[in-house]
Design a protein. Structure first.
Length: 109
C-alpha cells in the first residue's frame, strides 16, 4: 500500500516530503491493524485511493475485525502531524493530504 500510495502521489504532483507523509500515515494505520488483528481469515482490510491533482483522500477500512482500528496516542499524534486532516473510527480511518509544497514549488521561476 505504501508503494502504491507513493506512486499515485508522485503522479498527482506531490513532493517527496508529502509522499513520505502519506507513506508514514499508512504505516501507522497498518501497524495499528497488525497489533490488534485476530487470526481469522474472514477479516479483510479495504483501502481506497482518491488521488487527483494536488489532493489525496485515502480510506482504510477493517471489515470483520471485532477490535477495529485502535490507534494509540502516538499514532494519533503522528497522523495529526503528517496529514492535513484525518478521521478515525473503530471501523475506518480516512486520511487527507494536499500537495501544498509541490504547488508552491511550481510557482518559482
Amino acid at each position: 500500500m505504501r508503494t502504491l500510495a507513493a506512486s499515485l502521489g508522485a503522479d498527482a504532483g506531490f513532493s517527496v516530503d508529502e509522499i513520505d507523509d502519506i507513506r508514514l500515515a499508512l504505516s501507522e494505520v497498518f501497524s495499528a491493524l497488525a497489533d490488534t488483528a485476530p487470526d481469522d481469515p474472514d477479516v479483510r482490510v479495504h483501502v481506497s485511493f482518491a488521488i487527483g491533482e494536488g489532493s489525496a483522500h485515502i480510506v482504510v477500512r477493517a471489515d470483520g475485525n471485532p477490535t477495529g482500528i485502535d490507534l494509540d496516542e502516538l499514532a494519533l499524534s503522528i497522523l495529526r502531524s503528517v496529514t492535513d486532516n484525518f478521521e478515525a473510527t473503530p471501523a475506518s480511518v480516512v486520511l487527507v493530504k494536499h500537495a501544498t509544497e509541490a504547488a508552491a514549488d511550481s510557482t518559482r521561476p
